[in-house]
Every structure is written in C-alpha cells, then in structure tokens.
Ligand binder design. Structure first.
Ligand code: NAD
Ligand code: MG
Length: 332
C-alpha cells in the first residue's frame, strides 16, 4: 500500500483524521482559544412592537420623538466594526426613521456623516448629531428642501467641503401621502412627490458623481412598493419603481469609474413617514400585520443593509437591490 492509498483510506474511514486531530489538538486549542463574543442577534427583535398600534397622526413631516411607540433606530444596540472607517457620507432624511438608523450605523462603523432634513425636523436632527458625535465621528447638519435643484447642489458641495470629500451618498428622503383616488392627487401633490423622490436623487447623484472617485458609493432607497404598489400610494409607488430602475442604469454607467450604486428596498417600517399622512389610520393601526413576520420592521433592523451596500468589502455588488420586507415578495 502506498502512502497515498493509506491517506485515502484514513480519510474515508476517518480513523487517521481522528488520530491526526488528536495529535494537533493541544496546539490548536492553545492557539485558537475562542474569545467570548456577544450574541450577534438583536435581543430586542423578539420584543419589537406588534399591531394593533394606537391611533396617532402628526403634521407632515412628523417627528420620531413624538411617535408611540418610539422607533428603535439602533441607538442602544448597533455595534460597529470599522466597516466604513474613514469614509465620508451624506444621508438625506438622516434625522429620523431609516435614514437615522443608517446615520447611527455609519458613524459607529467609522464614517463621518452629514445629514439633510427639513427645518421642521430640527429636534430629531439634533438627537442624530449628538449620536454621531458620541460615536467619535464628525457630524454635519444641513437643513433644507430637496425639491429645489439649487439647494441640492449646495447640499452636496457643503457636505463635501465640511467632510473634506464625499465617498458615500445615501438618497433616502421621500414624500409619501395616502390618497384614496387618483382624483385626489393634485398636480401640486404629484409634483412634490416627484421632486422629492425622483428629481432630488437625480440632482444629488449628478452633483455627487462629479466629486467622487473610484470607491465611491451611492445607496438609494426604493421599496416593496416598486413591484407591488398599494392602491392608495399611486404617485409614491411609481417613484420607488423609478429609483429601482435608476439604481440599475447608474450602476452600469458608473462601473467603469469604480463607483458602485445599490438600493435598499424596505417593507413596512415604523417611521414618521407613516404617521404624517403616509398611511390611512386603519393601515397604521394594523401596520405590518400583512407581513409574514406579523409586525413592522424597526429602523435598527435595516441599518445593516445600508452598511452592506456601501461596504468596500462588497466590491462586486453594484446594481443590487437589498430587501428587508419581513417575508413578503421582493421588488424586481
Ligand atoms: P422618515 O419620515 O423618517 O424619513 C423621510 C425623510 O424624508 C424625512 O425625515 C425628511 O427629512 C425627508 N424629506 C421629505 N421631504 C423632504 C424635502 N422636501 N426636503 C428634504 N427632506 C425631505 O421615513 P422613512 O420611512 O424612514 O423613509 C425613508 C425612506 O424609506 C424613504 O425613501 C421611503 O420611501 C423609504 N421606505 C419607507 C418605508 C416605511 O414603511 N417606512 C417602506 C419602504 C420604503
Ligand atoms: Mg424626519
């Protein structure tokens, strides 16, 4: 019997493997004593609120701090591991909801973060600025209305100037207002939704690309509404489909420059958007009940996808749509 045969037989029977493992085990045990780690799951997930929710409404654009229950943006739970170390990010709608969760996660992953929001959201924005600074990162607060092209250009210029450059743009702000019939959507409503949800990402992307080098990343926010629109969200849903499509075309266009473009597609998430005209009271009170997980997502539960979409380690992921829908279908 040759050495090769012997090794093969030992491999098949496992006897030699056991003997060999026993011989090296003390050495391995010494070298690889595992350090204790905390469980990676969010302990809060099991206790996250389920419908029915209390009836509530706020004037648009709403404040996270006035919601009942308050959303969990990962303030207590998100732990970073340097995945975005030294990056400079601009996040629109970074004051509340999904944008706030992304801002907290980015800062704890080592990024400096500029947030944009509407002036009425200053109380929410102040909390986020404090959280970014508590993570030891630079925070820049730039309020203003994204429906204005000149402001969008100034926003990107100021973020890049104050952060010393721009590596990541997160197009996350959006307008969503429930309207039962097409006759209820005025041209002004339609225009405001398009300006906020389609024009602004277009203007911001244009301005950001001019400043980004290879390694730059754009992360858009789409929705499960892109592929499965609700009857009462006609104008909003078509903007989420437009963003999904924009993500794919820009990924192709910017690949030669080394700039990646991805999107995150949430299902129902517990955020101010929903309590400030985004949902009917009936839908709000049962919010999340149609998802297989039978509850809405909390912003903290989606932050990791924004990190992944921008993480330089995921360098082959561009034009991707990362979903978090609680189990319902994904957009195309
Ligand atoms: P949110 O209300 O916390 O965030 C939306 C933000 O948009 C606001 O905080 C506001 O700062 C910003 N905004 C709106 N109009 C603006 C304007 N004219 N100028 C500047 N900023 C403006 O709600 P959210 O749910 O976290 O929304 C974030 C993103 O998630 C949106 O793109 C939304 O379409 C998407 N989304 C949300 C859900 C959900 O169920 N909450 C589901 C799918 C997709
Ligand atoms: Mg807000």
């Amino acid at each position: 019997m040759t050495d090769t045969d012997a090794s093969r037989r030992n491999f098949v029977t496992g006897a030699g493997v056991v003997a060999a493992a026993a011989a090296v085990a003390p050495v391995l045990a010494q070298a690889q004593t595992p350090k204790p780690v905390e469980a990676a799951t969010t302990p809060a997930a099991a206790a996250y609120p389920k419908p029915p929710f209390q009836a509530q409404s706020q004037p648009w654009p709403g404040l996270a701090s006035k919601m009942n229950p308050r959303p969990d943006h990962g303030e207590q739970s998100y732990k970073g591991s340097g995945r975005l170390a030294g990056k400079r990010a601009l996040i629109t709608g970074g004051d509340s909801g999904i944008g706030r969760a992304a801002a907290i996660a980015y800062a704890r992953e080592g990024a400096d973060v500029a947030i944009n929001y509407l002036p009425a959201e200053e109380p929410d924005a102040r909390e986020v600025v404090a959280l970014i600074r508590a993570a030891g990162r630079k925070a820049v607060a730039i309020p203003g209305d994204l429906r204005d092209e000149a402001f969008c250009q100034k926003l990107v210029a100021r973020a890049a100037q104050e952060l010393g450059g721009l590596d990541i743009l997160v197009n996350n702000a959006a307008r969503q207002q429930t309207k039962p019939a097409i006759g209820d959507i005025s041209s002004a409503d339609f225009d405001a939704t398009m300006k906020t949800n389609v024009y602004a990402p277009f203007w911001l992307t244009k301005a950001a690309v001019a400043r980004m080098g290879a390694g730059g990343v754009i992360v858009n926010t789409s929705s499960e509404q892109a592929g499965d629109p609700s009857a009462d969200l006609v104008d909003y849903a078509l903007t989420r489909a437009a963003v999904l499509n924009f993500t794919k075309s820009m990924a192709k266009q910017l690949a030669p420059k080394g700039i990646r473009v991805n999107a995150v597609a949430p299902g129902p998430f517990w955020t101010p958007l929903q309590v400030s005209g985004g949902a009917t009271m009936e839908k709000l009170q049962s919010f999340g009940s149609t998802a297989p997980l039978a509850r809405p997502g909390q912003p903290a539960e989606i932050a990791g996808l924004y990190v992944a979409a921008a993480d330089p380690l995921l360098s082959y992921s561009t034009g991707q749509i990362f979903g978090s829908t609680g189990g319902n279908g994904q957009p195309a």
